[in-house]
Design a protein around this ligand. Sequence first.
Ligand code: ZN
Length: 303
Amino acid sequence: MFDAVNLDIQSPAGKATFDLAVNKAIAELRILTTRYTLCLTPHILEQLESGLARHKKKRYLCRLENAKRGHSQVTDADKERFPTWIQVFKDCFDYEAVSERFGMAITGQLALTVCPYCALEEIQTYSAIAVRPDLDHFYPKTRFPFLAISLFNLIPAGSICNQKHKRNSSMLGHMNPYIDSLEGASVFRVGFVPDGNEAQTLTFDVVPQNDPFKDKNIELFKIKGLYNGNENLRAWYLATYKLREFLKGQGVELSTVNFNSPLHAAVLDLGRPITKVSAQKFKVEAINDLFEQALQVVSQPEN
Ligand SMILES: [Zn+2]
């Protein structure tokens, strides 16, 4: 695979390399058009075989390369090349109607109160006042219209993750929170200088999971930036650190502090599952680190 966007079309050597790349693409597209009945590919093939200027052909190569990477773009002119039934196919999957009729029931039934993408943003369904979180299409309905009303594709999500970070990403190769989670392995590392001015040096880091699906989510949803910048979480960490220093000063053995007791329920809520407590994973790891404990997050019970 070539890197079409970086192909030089100015120098004589660059032009020769570019023409070779075009010929290679033509050969591959010819094989495809012989094997399958395609709507758009014959048009692209025709353009590449024509006397079109190199800079215009380069645009077609870039589109082919993007399509291969899962970022295909279909223009209105392209849509004209498809049969009419394909153009109206998406109307069979009327998300607006489903959302209006069942949206509140879907988010209410799932009963999540934190965003499954970041586990930090609070989301909640308030049935009594008809307020519900965004229902994110894991695979966007603009790209996968046939999944627009699939329940498995609908995920209640926070507005930062849904509207700012995820947007129209294809999500191919990403972790689906209905299938997998970051509950198991260690995710966070906290650093600071214990000089009485910890707020200045406090940094939350995210440990790579060595799992391409999980790491892609960590990157897409900017988990490090989100946790680092969250004022409430920073304040929680500093207060918990001060609690540790206080108890240590009192001669308390840190590993014996019982975070399941009502005394510490406000520090760490282990009475509810990870899907209902903002940053529970972060908090459990922080307490394990600060208090030499081996607490576990609380999984959501199976329905
Ligand atoms: Zn989120």
